[in-house]
Design a protein around this ligand. Structure first.
Ligand code: SAH
Length: 399
């Protein structure tokens, strides 16, 4: 029983989900982990299944190298190839000996993403359809402006949240992306920024497919890699995580004292309307969201951005605008009024210009900064809420 508990705890700590307990020594030994030595057991890959090497931390990789008679600093070199240089093949690791590369190839794989299809919008936006190791597809978007190049990345395949106005919701959630898969999307867009715009990537937003706070651990690990000198060395203040408003996780992020920015998809500060738009509001109502955001601000002292679409006949009246202005006073915040991107012939239509002007006026009267955001990449279905693997779906249906 104790042995079982010890094993389970170690697995949790090291998050080596592909490993299985084996009483038979195998090539892949982590004998330096005391816990495995004492129970005379070894970690080994599930039969016929190699381990994604990027699931190992640097310390774990060093343990592996030492346990297999290699020098510790070689692990750091491999780690550098994997993350900083984003290498896809062990064979390209030119400062690693042939025998070490062979050993790595026998035990590990690199589950790198592949950009399956790249589409260019007339406004310069680029959309990548990204193929994952299990052939699933997610989309990510490069958004160029005069000052910035922003990568909009996905955190899940599909989404479980059922926001009625969002195309991704139609896909349902299939699985969480790994830290490597999130990181690779950023690397792909960074390379495209350099190739097509001769400019560096400046910002990253988690506003692609999925809900980042429902894949928290992997998103945080990806951000750690994106911001660390061993990865891309980007400043956390250039990263924005956008959430539907999972209050428990907003509090967790505050406790973790994260250094990136937070955006909340609000769309209404009135429960009845918000629940109609976003069913998550039933379990995370507006008042609770306000409390969680107060907690966030107390801990991080960071402003929040509210994303808000104004729809014709849904939230385009003064009552809704005033409720938003009141909500915005809970903590320092600003509002992005996003244009609605039609996803089908459904019930939602962008509000008239007068309604948008009315919102801006009421927010400004209340001292709140509001920006009206034009949508980008609509012609290639790359705008907010349009990411739905349309080309893949069309292929599946032979359209
Ligand atoms: N799950 C996260 C991130 C993904 S959606 C979140 O909800 O914040 C990114 C943004 O696009 C959100 O603000 C979302 O509300 C918005 N959005 C979704 N569908 C849209 C549409 N059809 N038109 C405009 N914005 C949309």
């Amino acid at each position: 029983m104790n042995a079982f508990l010890g094993y389970a705890n170690t697995l949790t700590i090291y998050n080596l989900t592909n490993f299985q307990l084996s009483h038979h020594p195998t090539r892949l030994q982590f004998s330096n982990f005391g816990i495995f030595q004492s129970f005379n057991t070894y970690l080994c890959p599930v039969e016929n299944q190699k381990i994604d090497i990027r699931k190992l931390s640097l310390t774990e990789l060093e343990e592996y190298f030492l346990a297999n008679g290699e020098k510790k600093f070689r692990a750091k070199q491999v780690y550098d190839w994997l993350w900083n240089k984003s290498l896809k093949n062990f064979d390209d690791m030119s400062n690693i000996s042939l025998s070490t590369r062979e050993m790595l190839k026998e035990n590990f794989i690199i589950n790198h993403i592949q950009v399956d299809l790249m589409q260019h919008s007339s406004d310069g936006t680029i959309k990548n359809a990204v193929k994952l190791f299990d052939d699933k597809i997610v989309e990510s978007v490069l958004i160029p402006t005069t000052k910035r190049i922003t990568a909009c990345v996905s955190s899940q395949v599909g989404c479980s949240l059922d926001c009625n106005f969002c195309a991704t919701a139609r896909l349902k959630r299939m699985r969480n992306l790994t830290p490597g898969e999130i990181y690779d999307q950023v690397v792909a867009i960074k390379e495209e920024a350099e190739t097509y715009f001769q400019r560096p990537l400046t910002n990253i937003v988690f506003m692609g497919m999925g809900e980042p706070l429902l894949n928290y651990a992997n998103v945080i690990e990806a951000i750690d890699k994106i911001t660390s000198p061993e990865g891309l060395g980007m400043a956390p203040r250039r990263i924005t995580l956008s959430t539907v408003g999972v209050t428990k996780m907003i509090r967790k992020m505050a406790d973790d004292e994260v250094k990136f920015n937070l955006a909340v998809s609000l769309h209404s500060a009135i429960n009845e309307t918000r629940s109609r738009l976003m069913p998550i509001n039933d379990s995370n109502p507006v008042e609770e969201l306000g409390e969680a955001l107060k907690y966030w601000y107390q801990k991080t002292k960071r402003k929040v951005t509210y994303e808000y679409v104004i729809w014709d006949g849904i939230n385009d009246d003064e009552k809704h605008a005033r409720a938003l202005a009141k909500f915005c006073k809970i903590i320092p915040s600003k509002v992005n009024l996003i244009q609605y991107n039609p996803i089908d012939e459904g019930e939602f239509r962008q509000a008239k210009q007068e309604a948008v002007d009315m919102y801006v006026r009421i927010l400004e009267q209340n001292g709140i900064i509001a920006k009206v955001r034009k949508s980008r990449g609509q012609d290639i279905d790359a705008a907010c809420g349009q990411l739905a693997n349309k080309n893949e779906v069309a292929q599946l249906n032979n359209i």
